[in-house]
Design a protein around this ligand. Structure first.
Ligand SMILES: Nc1ncnc2c1ncn2[C@@H]1O[C@H](COP(=O)(O)OP(=O)(O)OP(=O)(O)O)[C@@H](O)[C@H]1O
Ligand SMILES: [Mg+2]
Length: 240
């Protein structure tokens, strides 16, 4: 596979080869799926391998699950989260911690959460420098912050990521597979540059995960739904 410098690979075996090498830098890509479709693992594993290969460094913002729980899940999947390079190139920020701190100080009234988040990302970018942000997840962020106009805030967030020149992997929790809509707020789909959809399909008593690239701007990519499996030996997903 010819490596393209203006793309960040997903490190999903079988996908990058069929997606011109990966996600174009500066793109905002949704990783959408119902609970348990391995969205967090997909986001983390992409960043993990990009870091190990020296292609990028990044920030993983978690709200969906605590920092410790996230790290222990990734460790359980065979990823070496204690590796020095990983520790110094992936910052895991737990926004739930921030909320608890602010609650303790009694300052959660009228907090501009989105402004705070954007400011934190900008601070990190200026101090340590990073290219990729994984945001886990949009739904959890709005539940945590109880903001009144999530649509406006989603727009503001995506704009800020673009202005900072970051590549974003935004995890979206889908409530069901019924609607042909990948985000929760009805605007994420068209505000994003790419959508990766993960599903769990049941046939008889078997359940299998599948992945589809619904869209990826500026990219010729694989179409359709393909089996998604985790390869313990390489700590990478493989699609069939
Ligand atoms: N060692 C392992 N090897 C393979 N699969 C595993 C292993 N450990 C856990 N899993 C699978 O990973 C799933 C969780 O993955 P992940 O947390 O990435 O999903 P998610 O879509 O982010 O879930 P959530 O909606 O809860 O955030 C588990 O439900 C389990 O099926
Ligand atoms: Mg998750």
């Amino acid at each position: 596979m010819a490596l393209s410098l203006d793309r960040i690979p997903t490190y999903i075996t079988g996908l990058d080869e069929n997606m011109q090498g990966g996600i174009p830098k500066g793109h905002i890509v949704l990783i959408a799926g119902v609970s348990g479709t391995m969205k967090s693992t997909i986001g983390f594993a992409s960043l993990y391998h990009a870091v190990l290969e020296g292609r990028a460094s990044g920030i993983y913002v978690t709200m969906e699950q605590g920092k410790e729980s996230l790290a222990s899940h990734m460790k359980g999947m065979g990823m070496d989260v204690d590796d020095a390079r990983v520790r110094s190139h992936i910052a895991i920020i737990d926004l739930a911690d921030l909320r608890v701190q602010l609650d303790a100080q009694g300052v959660t009234q009228n907090v501009d959460w989105m402004g705070q988040l954007i400011k934190q990302l900008a601070n990190y970018r200026d101090s340590i420098g990073f290219e990729v942000v994984v945001f886990d997840s949009l739904g959890a962020f709005f539940t945590l912050t109880k903001m009144e106009n999530p649509r406006d805030e989603v727009f503001r967030f995506f704009e800020a990521i673009r202005r900072m020149g970051l590549t974003g992997m935004i995890i979206c929790e889908m409530m069901g597979e019924m609607k042909n809509q990948f985000g929760e707020f009805g605007i994420e789909d068209y505000l994003s540059d790419g959508v990766i959809h993960v599903t769990m399909e049941r046939s008889g008593d078997e359940v299998n995960r599948k992945l589809s690239v619904v869209k990826m701007r500026h990219t010729k990519h694989l179409m359709g739904y393909h089996p998604l499996d985790w390869d313990e030996d390489t700590q990478r997903f493989i699609i069939g």
